[in-house]
Ligand binder design. Structure first.
Ligand code: SF4
Length: 490
């Protein structure tokens, strides 16, 4: 079920982060640290599964990593030198607990725990077929279809069964699985969601780490080895690391929004520093859409690197005209309707002495519904700004994501419903401009977007989805879109 946050309902939400440790004395504690560094990828639930050579252990709960894994008692229960973990963005409430990952199943080959970042775009169809042939699902998560496909595969070894299962799924998956024979990390053939590999200690006999982002390697002191390649399965077992490439080779299409917003700016994604790319996007924006103002102001925190780039390119002063409170947690009690409109000020407040009487350009990473942009523009006017212009460090978000990002349906996406001039009127800015799609590609080091073979998945801007959307195209099932929107992804 898609939820919105009362104080920041104008962002796309990354749904998950994954982390795995193969071969360390305090594996579960390291996973807790790694998940902490990935907390921005999902704040509503967290879980860890470990394996001690005989038995699997797990702890999963709604809430933040720090609250769930701060007890010595819980950490003592998560025994073993192998562990995987997951953070997710999902609905709240008791019914959601069954969807919190890692999911675990007893297969014929033994225990199997799985942590998934992404979304299977034919999961509704697969689930329907599996249920008809007798599978009993425990959750509403698309990830569980992979478990049932593994369980029902006719192949002999667990690895072959797993590959057989993955060949039937479409969409986006970066997976870390914990089994009795070792750990498997893999990325879908297009590499839509990120996954990296790191190491602590010697190449031979050290600890192997897998993570959604390099920032999580940093926090446990691991060295970045490489990305798990699109379509690659990396198996860590018996002191060896083996790479398998069972899928037909395809040109990769990693998610371009990781660079715009999802990943932490101190991560390296697809070989590029996220911070550097965001600054370059701001520079492109300044080239494409200059404006005669006194100050460049970031909408913190996500607009900050692009605002620095805009200021450096334009030669205008960069100032912190909006101050963000870091103490507004996602668990803050939701206020009643009477004061809900004040919520934005809990998170953002105008730096009044700086902005009064000034012409401003505000830089933000994206506009989804437009509600927060409207409140921020109003806030700057209330603080006495003479002019408020808005520049956005991504093209208009016009399409929903079906690859693991919590996007509202198209009817709620402002850019899908309005022209840029109508959007400007809606947010009440003096002017509004977005970076062009080619400008975004230029910031990533490409000459422009190759229309025939784009380097990235950019479907939320272009509608050019890189995989079939089987569940959506089953026209005889008119409620598919609703089912997809309500399904709890990973
Ligand atoms: Fe990323 Fe957008 Fe593609 Fe989703 S649709 S994977 S958010 S680029």
């Amino acid at each position: 079920m898609i939820t919105t946050h009362p104080f920041n309902d104008d962002k796309l939400r990354e749904e998950c982060g994954v982390f795995g440790v193969a071969g360390a004395i305090d594996a579960a504690a390291m996973v807790a640290l790694g998940l902490h560094a990935l907390q921005h990828r999902g704040q509503e639930a967290a879980g860890i599964s470990s394996f001690d050579g005989t038995t699997f252990h797990d702890h999963k709960a709604l809430g933040l990593v720090a609250g769930n894994f701060d007890s010595e008692e819980i950490m003592r229960l998560l025994k073993g030198e192998w562990a995987i973990g997951h953070v997710r963005y999902a609905t709240t409430g008791e019914t959601a607990l069954r969807n919190v990952q890692p999911l675990y199943a007893e297969l014929a080959s033994g225990g199997f725990a799985i942590a998934h970042n992404g979304n299977i775009s034919n999961a509704v169809k697969l689930r329907h077929d599996l249920v008809r042939s007798g599978s009993i699902f425990q959750s509403t998560s698309d990830t569980e279809t992979i478990i049932h496909l593994v369980a029902t595969s006719r192949y002999r070894t667990l690895l072959d069964k797993f590959i057989d299962a993955l060949k039937q799924v479409e969409g986006a998956y970066s997976l870390i699985c914990l089994t009795e024979m070792g750990m498997i990390a893999c990325r879908d053939p297009l590499g839509i969601r990120p996954l990296v590999m790191g190491r602590i200690g010697p190449e031979d006999g050290g600890t192997v780490i897998f993570a959604s982002e390099t920032v999580a390697l940093d926090i446990v002191g691991a060295e970045f080895v490489r990305s798990v390649e699109p379509g690659e399965l990396v198996v860590v077992s018996g002191g060896e690391i083996r790479s398998h490439r069972p899928f037909q080779q395809k040109a990769s299409r990693p998610c371009i929004f990781e660079h715009v917003y999802f990943s932490r700016p101190d991560s390296i994604v697809d070989g590029s520093s996220v911070y550097t790319v965001r600054k370059a996007i701001g520079g492109q924006l300044a080239i494409e859409s200059p404006v005669d103002v006194d100050l460049v102001i970031p909408v913190p925190d996500s607009g900050t690197p692009a605002a620095i780039g805009y200021a450096q390119q334009s030669g205008l002063p960069f100032e912190l005209g909006i101050i963000r409170s870091h103490y507004v947690g996602r668990t803050f009690i939701q206020p009643g309707d009477g004061v809900r409109h004040l919520g934005v000020k809990l998170k953002h407040n105008a730096n009044r002495p700086l902005v009064t009487g000034k012409k401003l350009v505000l830089i933000d990473d994206s506009i989804v519904r437009g509600t927060t942009s409207l409140k921020i523009v109003q806030m700057m006017r209330d603080a006495g700004a003479a002019e408020v212009h808005m520049r956005i460090a991504s093209p208009p978000t016009m399409h929903s994501c079906f690859y693991g990002v919590n996007t509202p349906e198209r009817s709620k996406l402002l850019a899908a419903q309005k022209s840029i001039e109508e959007m400007r009127q809606f947010i009440q800015a003096d002017s509004l401009a977005f970076v062009s799609i080619n400008g975004l590609y230029r910031a990533l080091g490409e000459a422009s977007r190759e229309e025939e073979a784009p380097r990235y998945c950019d479907a939320c801007f272009t509608g050019d989805y890189p995989t079939p959307l089987t569940d959506l195209s089953e026209r005889e099932q008119p409620n598919q879109l609703m089912l997809l929107a309500e399904r709890v992804g990973g």
